[in-house]
Design a protein around this ligand. Structure first.
Ligand SMILES: NC(=O)C1=CN([C@@H]2O[C@H](COP(=O)(O)OP(=O)(O)OC[C@H]3O[C@@H](n4cnc5c(N)ncnc54)[C@H](O)[C@@H]3O)[C@@H](O)[C@H]2O)C=CC1
Ligand SMILES: N[C@@H](CC=O)C(=O)O
Length: 849
């Protein structure tokens, strides 16, 4: 684009003299929207210039009309439909204003009818008419906008850009003849005055005086050209998005609207696929330093994005990410190219000759190969041209050949803040690596404003989301799924709901509940569910039948850096899925004891998957609920201590029952109370049979490196034989059958001044046992309260006087707190790879209409 004269004026030094506003077709779909647009021009600029696109869909309709006329088809019905649409809008906008607007439109529609007839009849002017005809939409639109504005304030002028704007075809699209256009505008203003003006976008005149258009996206370009010609202080492009977003929000739900960016950043993003701005648009405003706002017509209360000389000074290294799909890599490999001048020139000369545009270039310092990325639809042509150019070198074996790899996309990270900031590429490539996306080629210019990575097109969305997460989200962002909102799961959701705002604020921990499942249904949510409302969703219309495979892949997602599943069920079937989840990189936290105490092969698979770089596995709450039992054991062992034995009380339910049971209240009634308080397992027989405690002992023993399984534990079962095999409901109905034997046992112990306590023991030689013991009343275990667990670790360091962990060992709240602690431990261990600031500024994309 040829240079516009005049240096950028200092626009901060004076009040706004002239503000150019541009409305796109999406903002001008009907009469109501014209009025809405007119109502937005409430700035105090002394001159307001409004550049309009055609009504939504009209340019496409005109192009289709030209196509029909060329093909000899009947174009009249479509022409009439277009006319009626404009008449209706004119009627609504200019109802009482006489016939002036209608007759002007009628006259112009008649001109279009004649032009279509000429194209249909293959008149000698047909080509020129066909090129200019799509521009009529802007002419009509300017009339409608003029009517809408005239109703709000008098004195609006209307300028047909074809009267002043002179253009000629250039290498990069239509180029402006600035001098001729400026002179013509001055003449026009001298003739019409310098009031507020409505201008047709998209249209112009060529050097021969023929009407033409600026090509696709030409209306934004027109607005920038007129901002330059009017020497405006500001240009606002009103559109249907809130501004320039950090990434395409259809692909990245987390995309944010950027408050500001530099021309250079906007240009890079525009070149690399951000649809909101065409690169050509920027040059006329950049040359005169005119600030450009992108704002949403339907949400004018939002500030939009300001594009100006300066970048946002918030220090964020990357402003936006863009993706170009449907690309291919052309690679030339050759030993004979090493150190030989001119190979690159020959290659790019060949591509130029074939009319192929190169999007990205990458060459290793060995010069052994050079690759470039081109559009897929030009790839074969590009390959053939390079093969011909290097035919002699290939014949001489100086070059090995030219390869074409299709199915490529280019992901670009753009930002002025990248200049001189170490670690940007590391974060980008680290994000891609985490999402298991392979970088096929990488390019960064010495300008350091853009890092481009060629990737497989099938990975494009995943890559974009991963890269976005790497720059915009806290590295401690976790996508969370919760299974089993029963007693513990519910308590956890409430704790999450209460703690999350503070956690986010104080420590940058960003836990997003995105999935919830019970044994029947699940609810998956892309953006995140408020935990306190989550359970209601399982019964709502958005719930679906549970499918834990889909559940896990949703939680794993692609746009959050980490994923975590919390299993609050007591299901062995769910525990069986842990190895797969961990291997897929999903962290697992659980109070479910089946994984830690179940089948040895599965236990080993879980530990292996976790150790070999998959997700992390934490299950502190399986023993002692919220007490730091496992943590204490791990610390002892990790610091070199040696475990001799473990003994104590490991059941909250049994501790509570034996603390309360004094013969005055039936044992069965106490069991029912314990169940109602949420202390028991879903089936209380797991507690009463000693199985639950046996599981805990196995978990601790394995944590200490012992190979112990449930079958190895000697277990005393308190459940009468007749109740062991019946259903859970029948067991609960017949609970009273436990009363007599338990009362007898209590009386026998009481007679000996002893108290009943349920104890677990793991010996130095590996023997494990659990059961009820009548202890002297002075024994430490008889001085516990409520659900207290008491766990004694005898070790080399704590040989004479064991280390004791004591406190409440059951109940939804304390268990949930233990689970939450594990979640936080994992989240806190996920650090930023290179410690650079993230970009938090901006309006979240969820705010988008
Ligand atoms: N209650 C307590 O004090 C403690 C409990 N635990 C453990 O916490 C877990 C939960 O206990 P509670 O909340 O008391 O049990 P609960 O019976 O109240 O809740 C279990 C939940 O798991 C869901 N569920 C069961 N099978 C499922 C499957 N196959 N798929 C998806 N969801 C399934 C159920 O729908 C229910 O929502 C158990 O593993 C228990 O051993 C651990 C320490 C203490
Ligand atoms: N039912 C268990 C709950 C904790 O694991 C118990 O009572 O200890």
């Amino acid at each position: 684009m040829p240079s516009a004269d005049a240096a950028p004026p200092d626009r901060n030094k004076r009040a706004v003299q002239c503000h150019v506003h541009k409305f796109g077709g999406s903002s001008l779909a009907d009469a109501g929207l014209y009025r809405l647009a007119a109502g937005l021009l409430d700035d105090q600029a002394s001159t307001r210039v409004v550049v309009v696109s055609a009504m939504q869909g009209v340019t496409d309709a005109l192009i289709a009309l030209v196509g029909s006329a060329r093909a000899g088809q009947d174009w009249a019905p479509a022409w009439e439909a277009l006319r009626q649409r404009h008449r209706a809008a004119a009627d609504a906008l200019d109802g009482d204003g006489g016939r002036a607007l209608q007759s002007a439109l009628d006259e112009e529609f008649e001109s279009v009818r004649s032009e279509l007839a000429a194209i249909f009849g293959d008149h000698s002017d047909a080509e020129a008419l066909a090129a200019a005809l799509p521009g009529w939409g802007e002419v009509w639109s300017s009339r409608l906008m003029h009517a809408a504005l005239a109703a709000t304030a008098p004195g609006w002028l209307r300028l047909d850009a074809r009267d002043v704007l002179v253009v000629h075809p250039g290498e990069m699209g239509m180029a402006v003849d600035w001098s001729a256009s400026r002179t013509r505008l001055a003449e026009w203003r001298a003739q019409h005055g310098s009031g507020h003006v409505v201008v047709t976008g998209f249209v112009a005149r060529d050097a021969q005086g023929r009407a033409t258009t600026l090509g696709r996206n030409g209306s934004d370009y027109s607005a920038a050209i007129f901002a330059n010609l009017f020497d405006a202080d500001a240009l606002t492009i009103w559109t249907d998005v809130d501004g320039v977003l950090s990434a395409d929000p259809r692909l990245v739900p987390e995309a944010v609207c950027l408050p500001s960016m530099s021309y250079a950043e906007a240009c890079e993003l525009a070149y690399f696929g951000a649809k909101v701005l065409h690169p050509q648009t920027l040059a006329p405003v950049q040359q005169r330093g005119i600030p450009l706002w992108i704002r949403n017509t339907r949400r004018p209360h939002l500030p939009g994005t300001l594009i100006s000389l300066k970048s946002d000074p918030d220090g964020a290294p990357v402003k936006g990410l863009s993706l170009v799909r449907d690309m291919a890599i052309i690679e030339l490999v050759g030993n004979g190219m090493v150190g030989v001048p001119g190979a690159a020139e020959r290659l790019f000369g060949a591509l130029r000759g074939a009319g192929v545009s190169v999007t990205m270039i990458s060459q290793g310092s060995s010069e052994h190969s050079i690759c470039c990325v081109v559009r897929a639809d030009q790839a074969q042509r590009a390959r053939d041209a390079v093969a011909v150019a290097f035919a002699d070198a290939i014949a001489d074996s100086q070059a090995q050949g030219v390869t074409l790899t299709d199915g490529i996309a280019v992901l670009a990270a753009v930002g002025d803040g990248m200049v001189g900031t170490p670690g940007v590429a590391a974060r980008l490539l680290g994000g891609l690596a985490q999402a298991r996306v392979n970088a096929r080629a990488i390019a960064q210019g010495a300008g350091e404003r853009n890092i481009s990575v060629a990737i497989g097109d099938k990975d494009a969305t995943r890559a974009l989301r991963a890269a976005h997460a790497a720059f915009w989200l806290s590295p401690q962002s976790l996508s969370v799924g919760v299974i089993g909102p029963g007693q513990v799961g519910r308590a956890l959701l409430l704790q999450l709901s209460a703690a999350l705002p503070q956690l986010r604020k104080r420590s940058g921990l960003d836990l997003r509940l995105r999935a919830l499942a019970n044994s029947r249904t699940m609810h998956l949510d892309e953006r995140g569910i408020e935990p306190a409302d989550a359970i209601a969703r399982l019964d709502g219309g958005a719930a679906e039948p549970v499918d834990l495979e889909r559940f896990a892949s949703h939680v794993r997602g692609e746009h959050l850096p980490h994923a975590l599943i919390v299993d609050c069920s007591a299901s062995p079937a769910v525990a069986a899925l842990y190895p797969r989840w961990l291997a897929a990189g999903i962290h697992v936290v659980t109070p479910n004891k089946h994984a830690g105490s179940g089948d040895w092969t599965r236990y080993s698979a879980i530990q292996d998957a976790s150790r070999s770089g998959g997700g992390r596995f934490r299950y502190e709450a399986t023993v002692g609920a919220g007490l730091p039992v496992m943590l204490t054991l791990r610390n002892l062992l990790d610091t070199g201590d040696e475990l001799f034995g473990i003994d104590g009380m490991l059941s909250g339910t049994l501790a509570w029952l034996f603390n309360r049971f004094d013969g005055s209240v039936a044992f069965s009634q106490l069991v029912r109370e314990a169940q109602a308080l949420g202390y028991t397992e879903p089936d209380p027989r797991d507690d009463l049979s000693g199985l639950d405690v046996a599981r805990k002992l196995v978990i601790l023993a394995r944590e200490a490196g012992r190979v112990l399984s449930l079958e190895d534990v000697e277990v005393e079962n308190l459940v009468p034989q007749a109740l062991r095999a019946v259903s859970r409901d029948e067991f609960l109905a017949r609970l009273e059958e436990m009363d007599a034997p338990m009362l007898a046992r209590y009386r026998e112990a009481d007679a000996q001044r002893r108290a009943l306590r349920h104890l677990a023991r793991l010996d130095r030689d590996g023997r494990a046992s659990v059961g009820v013991v009548a202890l002297p009343r002075e024994h430490a275990c008889c001085h516990t309260r409520l659900t207290d667990n008491l766990v004694q670790f005898s070790t080399r360091r704590y040989a004479d006087n064991p280390l004791v962990v004591q406190g409440p060992g059951a109940g939804p709240d304390v268990t949930a707190a233990g689970v939450f602690g594990d979640v936080l431990a994992i989240a806190q261990s996920l650090g930023s790879p290179c410690g650079m600031p993230l970009l938090h500024a901006g309006v979240p994309a969820e705010a988008h209409a």
